[in-house]
Design a protein around this ligand. Sequence first.
Ligand SMILES: Cc1cc2nc3c(=O)[nH]c(=O)nc-3n(C[C@H](O)[C@H](O)[C@H](O)COP(=O)(O)OP(=O)(O)OC[C@H]3O[C@@H](n4cnc5c(N)ncnc54)[C@H](O)[C@@H]3O)c2cc1C
Length: 316
Amino acid sequence: AAPASASVLAYLEQTFGSWYARGGMRALADALHARCLARRVEFTFGAEATAVLAKDGRAAGVELADGTTVAADAVVAGVSPERLARLLPPETAVAGSAPAVAGGEESGPQAPLGRFSVLLALRGARPVDAPHRTVVHPADPDAEYAELFPTRPGRRRAAPAPGPGVATAPTVTVLRPADPELVPDGDHEAVTLTAAARPHTAVDWADAELAERSADRLVAAAEAAVPNLRDRLLWREIRTPYDTARDTGVATGSVPVPALAGAGGRYLAPANPGQLPGLYRVGGWSHPGGGLAHAGMSGAMVAGLIVDGADWRGSQ
Ligand SMILES: Cc1cc2nc3c(=O)[nH]c(=O)nc-3n(C[C@H](O)[C@H](O)[C@H](O)COP(=O)(O)OP(=O)(O)OC[C@H]3O[C@@H](n4cnc5c(N)ncnc54)[C@H](O)[C@@H]3O)c2cc1C
């Protein structure tokens, strides 16, 4: 049921390995921040944009939650189409703001899946030969598909309604990095487990019992990759799509999917030029879709459009 490109990913990772940022993903954010400061970018953290301002039919700045306004020649929005539509003047928001495509939809039946993570603190050293990343597959992938997409046409088996948060037997990614910055000390190991999860509101991820039950499923599956996992467990921390919703402002905690060609454009994300001249869309919810690499590419494309104008057609 996966697009061909997704099948190629597993082959590439297994055959050639994959890139890893030393220090974890936080190090990438820190490096980007430092680079921006060197280029004289100014940041205002903890400031919610509550409106995109328009003047003479152009985007002209933003209004912040504390009532201050910031004038701008260009506004670059890194939020979902639904969120952006709510930030725009009403007459602008209506026209083509939230295309009915799977790639751009944050809520509703086509909302993409979220991620459920369990961060484990384990007693005992990380074995030197432990693989960095192991994907533990369930015996019955069709059952997982049916549970994760209970309303999707084409599902191959009926699922219990309203269905669980993560599958009864989920596919679990087990991360055991050897990176010295992520290994606590010689007597302990930090392990991260991740699985696909149904969006918040499709199930109630604020329900602590659902979260604990789901975490138990991931831990049970991960024991295939980390022997005696449960015996070694000191404590665990759970991150659900509810946490993603709080951190990103995406109400469902969905993770945006990469844009895919074909299927009459159904899996394309909204284009980078926005609904107004001077307004641009970046990040996982815009072209070319979700994932850090794509989010970065969207930023590069918008920089090209702003600097070279609407005729910009790619890097030279
Ligand atoms: C658990 C998990 C695992 C993942 N694993 C991977 C992976 O292995 N590889 C990969 O490529 N991708 C992965 N992803 C996806 C990846 O994180 C996203 O695609 C990427 O972060 C999207 O970047 P973004 O800039 O569009 O959005 P975000 O990183 O969500 O940033 C949006 C920012 O905008 C802020 N914001 C929202 N509304 C407003 C407002 N009104 N005013 C001001 N600020 C606002 C939010 O607070 C947030 O800081 C994962 C995601 C999750 C949740």
